[in-house]
Ligand binder design. Structure first.
Ligand code: PLP
Length: 614
């Protein structure tokens, strides 16, 4: 029942605190409700009177009343008096407040939160601290000056950002697009979901790099696509593995994620040709194409002749600035654009218009170009320091994928337990990914995926030392070994005897296949050992015409999986080759002989190496 409104004398005391005055007044009134001094139906003092009694500004009291009214504790009544609402006492006793207090640090804070690693080598994060704070603030101030929008109209069409991006992409990636064709999305996964819906990929086969970007794979799977893993090698996606049933192919040509290869120029052209013939969609994820080191930039697939018709180009602000911005962009082939827009309306995925303004300002003011130039120099130095650190302390690791992006691959010897190593490193304070996290089927290859964007140069050597120490502790000398000497390699070879059908005559046979595969790989690897002997072996191999198949130190891969006598020609099929168990001595004969030819007179790998050494 409503009480008769009565003005009340209030024993109101403001608690000492740093909180804004309006919160303190509101809290004091709620406290009176809790203790029963103030009850539903009571009339609150006029704001002017209460302000005078408390010796504070009237504005603060009015703001406190507004706050209490918004939270339902009080309401305005006829005659401009303010009345305590029914149930306000119950709410006060239940501990309900009219405002949200800022979180107070507690002594237990952080007890349950994951420990920050001392060295964070997880890939996927740029160093947002490199952004010049004053430039960033200017961009956001400019965004804040824009009128508040009512949310109608789509922030997938944000004209200032579309125009800014069109200029940026033309300049940095050679991608020519009309601003209106650039569709804004809150992340690459949103772009993939929209593309899958637009191209009706549900239930159809999508070729996806293996190993590849897990979130991208997941986005397509959730959209109903049937993922077909396609291997990658030193030249990127293996086109020979594309199949007629593939409705689309997802690829990261600028810097394969995570192995780091750049899709070769010939494969770029080949992929566009294939897509046009197969009437398939190519999804080009250009997630970190802005960063490349000591190498010439290769054009985006989308910018190549015939590219715009079949390639959906996807870029993101996550690597160039911050993943927290949630801004990515998509340029779909003309036939899919309308369907992509519709798909995004359906899922209601759009960017924040304010963030869009800020990014547009950051680009058009030239701050992004300056930031990218400065960040690229810093990342290049961090990358150099990490490579040097790893080479010095862990020469058995095979480093690759260093031409672009923000991470590199440190190849581990076959058989290394990646997860155990990752756990050991985690305990030692170093966070890093392993290759297994990027694949859906077991790979023979083992590697650490090391991001260096957040690793200061001065920390590269200590981080590398931790990696080296944990690798050798894990292997106890058996997993990571020093490179073999020529004498050791020669000891594993024996003469092959007469010519065999299908194989070249003479040559040498490795009599223990599997173990020799592992050790010989190491023997040939230039990164493991800077000695001229190993370099010489490489020279010998490439002189023999094996250049493409031996690059990257995976020489044994070139020999195919045949259990029949393997000729050199059949070794060049570039089939997945890591089923090392099926290699035969004959295959080794072929390789050894071929190298002997390459070195004109050398009889085997070890000899070739030794003769070039002297
Ligand atoms: C291959 C790849 N694509 C895209 C992204 C980022 O996408 P998003 O825009 O969703 O943050 C990443 C981030 O690590 C990535 O590795």
């Amino acid at each position: 029942m409503t009480r008769h409104a009565r003005p009340v004398e209030l024993p109101l005391k403001l608690a000492p605190s740093d909180a804004p005055l309006r919160h303190r007044v509101a809290d004091a009134l709620i406290e009176l409700l809790r203790t029963g001094h103030l009850r539903p139906g009571d009339t609150l003092p006029a704001t002017r009177a209460l302000a005078a009694e408390l010796a504070i500004s009237r504005n603060a009291v009015m703001a406190a009343y507004d706050e209490l009214a918004a939270a339902g504790f009080i309401h305005a009544a006829a005659g401009s008096s303010t009345i305590v609402s029914p149930g306000a006492d119950l709410a006060a006793r239940a501990g309900i407040s009219s405002h949200i207090s800022p979180p107070q640090p507690t002594r237990d804070a952080g007890r349950d939160s994951p420990r920050e690693p001392r060295w964070n080598l997880r890939p996927g994060y740029p160093d947002s601290g490199l952004i010049e704070a004053s430039h960033w603030r200017t961009a956001w101030r400019s965004a804040a000056q824009q009128p508040v929008t009512n949310g109608l109209g789509s922030s997938r069409q944000h004209r200032p950002l579309q125009e800014a991006l069109a200029a940026h992409l033309r300049r940095t990636r050679g991608v020519a697009a009309d601003p209106t064709d650039i569709i804004l999305v809150p992340g690459v996964s949103a772009a993939l979901r929209a593309l899958a819906a637009a191209a009706q990929l549900a239930g159809r086969q999508v070729a996806f790099e293996q190993p590849g970007y897990p979130e991208g794979r997941r986005a397509l799977v959730y959209a109903g696509a049937v993922i077909r893993p396609v291997p990658v090698d030193d030249e990127g996606l293996d086109l020979a593995e594309l199949a007629p049933g593939d409705a689309a192919v997802y690829t990261t040509p600028a810097h394969q994620y995570p192995l780091g290869a750049r899709l070769s120029a010939s494969r770029r052209a080949g992929l566009i040709r294939w897509a046009r013939q197969a009437q398939a969609l190519v999804i080009e994820d250009d997630y970190d194409g802005e960063f490349r080191y000591d190498v010439r930039g290769l054009p985006a697939l989308h910018s190549m002749p015939g590219g715009p018709d079949v390639v959906a180009y996807v870029g993101t602000a996550s690597k160039i600035l911050s993943p927290g911005l949630r801004i990515a962009w998509l340029i779909a082939p003309p036939g899919l654009r309308q369907a992509v827009r519709q798909a995004l309306v359906f899922t209601d995925e759009a960017i924040s218009a304010t963030a869009g303004h800020a990014l547009a300002h950051f680009i058009t003011s030239g701050h992004l170009a300056r930031h990218l130039a400065r960040a690229a120099r810093t990342y290049a130095a961090r990358r150099r320091a990490l490579i040097a650190g790893l080479r010095d302390t862990a020469p058995a690791l095979r480093i690759s994928g260093v031409d672009a992006g923000l991470h590199l691959i440190a190849g581990l010897p076959r058989g290394t337990d990646e997860t155990a190593l990752q756990q050991r490193l985690d305990h030692a304070g170093l966070a890093v990914d392993v290759l297994d996290q990027y694949t859906t089927t077991p790979l023979a290859r083992r590697a650490l995926v090391c991001g260096y964007a957040l690793l200061p140069e001065t920390q590269a050597a200590p981080a590398a030392a931790v990696i080296a120490a944990e690798c050798s502790a894990l292997g106890r000398g058996s997993t990571i070994r020093r490179p073999h000497t020529a004498a050791q390699a020669r000891a594993r070879l024996r003469p092959a005897g007469a010519a065999r059908p299908g194989g070249p005559g003479g040559g040498w046979v490795l009599d223990r296949t599997i173990s020799v595969v592992a050790s010989s790989t190491r023997f040939w690897n230039p990164i493991e050992s800077p000695t001229s002997r190993v370099r010489a072996a490489r020279v010998a191999i490439s002189a023999s015409g094996w250049r493409s198949v031996v690059s990257g130190g995976e020489t044994h891969c070139a020999m195919g999986t045949s259990s029949k006598p393997t000729t050199l020609r059949s070794c060049g099929t570039r089939r997945p080759c890591c089923r090392a168990a099926s290699y035969t001595p004959i295959a080794w004969t072929s390789l050894a002989s071929k190298i002997a030819v390459g070195r004109s007179g050398s009889r085997n790998i070890a000899d070739a190496a030794v003769s070039a050494d002297s």
